[in-house]
Design a protein around this ligand. Sequence first.
Ligand code: ADP
Ligand code: ZN
Ligand code: ZN
Length: 719
Amino acid sequence: MPYLRVALDVPLPRLFDYWLDSATPADIGRRVVVPFGSRRLVGVVLAILAEPEYEASAIKPAEAVLDDMPALPAPVLGLFQFCADYYQHPLGQVVHTALPTRFRDPNPYRVAEALRYHALDSVALQAQVPKRAALQQRLAQLLATPRSEAELRAAGGTAWKTVQAWLQDGRVRAEQLQPGASVAAPGPALNIEQAEAVQAISAAQGFAAFLLHGITGSGKTEVYLNAIAAVLARGEQALVLVPEINLTPQLEARFLRRFPGVDIVSLNSAVADGERAAGWVRAARGEASIVLGTRLAVFTPVPRLGLVVVDEEHDASFKQQDGLRYSARDVAVYRARQAGVPIVLGSATPALESWQNAEAGRYRHLRLSQRAVVGAQPPQWRLLSTKRQPLQDGLHARTLAALGERLARGEQALVFLNRRGYAPVMHCGECGWMAACTRCSARLTVHLRERTLRCHHCGDEAPLPRVCPGCGNQDMKPLGQGTQRLEDTLAERFPGARILRIDRDSTRRKGSFEAALQAVHAGEVDILIGTQMLAKGHDFPNLTLVAVVGADSGLYSADFRASERLYAQLAQVAGRAGRADKPGEVILQTDFPEHPLYQALLDDDYAAFAATELAERKLAGFPPFLHQAVLRAEADRLDDALAWLRQAALLAPLSEAVTVWDPVAAGMMRLANRERAQLLVQSTARSRLLAFLAEWMVALRAQKAGKVRWSLDVDPLEL
Ligand code: ADP
Ligand code: ZN
Ligand code: ZN
């Protein structure tokens, strides 16, 4: 009697056996509905066995194997196993993290076919729709050639509704997509560095990792597009990973323009479950030629994989911070190696891990050293010392003057302050009281507009006190600068200016972020105030000045990765300034103008910065020169978390190659009424660390967790 070995979404590091008369090896990798306790669960068949591991009489029958999803191929199952082993996470949970949510539903999934839409007669259609209806005119033109749903939706507004109406009345026809080699629309002629990069990537035989280092606007995306064009021309597929940010629609539109008629699957959190499942299926069947998605997309089955691209590879959003704590960049490298295809990791400020890999010769370094648009110059940096300078509401006189100049010239400026709210602290000058969160070890941020104090960590809120709860003082002062305060200051200084603040508070409503970007593009804004939401990827052609305030707080952090992050963030925000005919200027207010990090930024010399940082990390014994894992525990009381970790340390296998540190309170000890502690383990030998962790986890899982919740984070980004 055949048995199925099934991966289930349960927090146990084991698989479960069921029997099914009709089971065949073709069921491996398929969904299966099985009873589990009193529940019905969806699992994935990982193996067919003649003999079960457990007492045969105790084994329950499976309900049914579903063939609504293409079976997960062996390499993808291998990828899951790798993640389970590397991140010490139960295989069943890895499998279910990696699958689109829709497939957790036991109801069969009806696969939507990939369709292409085209007008029966585009010219006639254009004549029929009103001349003034710009969107309809544009659609009628688009539909002269077969288009995907995504392409048509990208036309914006009610585009998709309109197309469906035309489908109804027969003016537009839908046809099933025929996969096959495709021809890319022409792009700009590549410069020498770009051409060499594309050439190197396309010439790679088998696995090769390329670190594509180029400043913002140096044409990295053009390199990807050209390398992908070569892959599609061979009839292969490309997997493109991008960070989780609001710019995916722009990038998607660029891909659609370059590859007309190509089935491009978008996988990110903004895509509805059903659509995600449909895209996943088309990729798995080999029909979609390009998979463009955030970190989860790294698990998509891509049978004819020819190239992997990770854009902004340094971005922290590639690392998942809960459940399966994987790095999609690292998994992507594994995947490329497994498939024997090249991978391109692109960034203006590569992760120091990747940089070191290039230095050590494991990755090939490709460099784009200039802005791609001829004549465009990188922005000019100016460091304004704020030491012993009388600031005006936190702004240097020369910052104000530069803003005034832009206003006079009708150009736009961005003031960058990565701190939302009105002020980070509410303070009593009499007794020294400061507003703190009752649930976290953190101060409350002043939100003057809403007259509240808010915790930016747990979301808790309290009304703004009129008098000091400590001493009754009626004259309490918000201390420091947040974006709201900056907005008030600038409104006072520049009464005629149109000022727009863009941060998480101002863009809570759905669609408001897009509307804000639209307003900037339409020239309805003179001065933008923004947090890191604005730092990435958005191009504002009329923006010629970026003024950075409050950056110093990132210079002297306890976190050894803080300066790397600060450099990346500042390089990125600086990239927003300037265009071909109007060079941009970046002003940075600082108490430490001589700081090497700022000096490297000034010279646009990431290599120098990386060399210094890496030398320090080597000396201090930090990644990438050794490998870390952190065991975290949380409980109602810190003592319980610490006690559990001390017990865990006693259970650690003896290993000369691995250092086990003492448990300590987490940097942010209390979060949402839970108290947190952690224990760091590290080794210079990755394989020894992994073997150690595997053995340790077996011992830890056998322990009672009691009141403690714990988790392991391999290659943690934050300690
Ligand atoms: P990055 O991804 O490095 O930020 P992009 O590929 O987006 O850079 O290129 C920046 C701008 O330069 C885009 O508008 C792009 O169309 C343009 N561009 C890229 N390569 C070239 C080229 N070889 N010639 C002219 N324009 C180019
Ligand atoms: Zn007081
Ligand atoms: Zn809090």
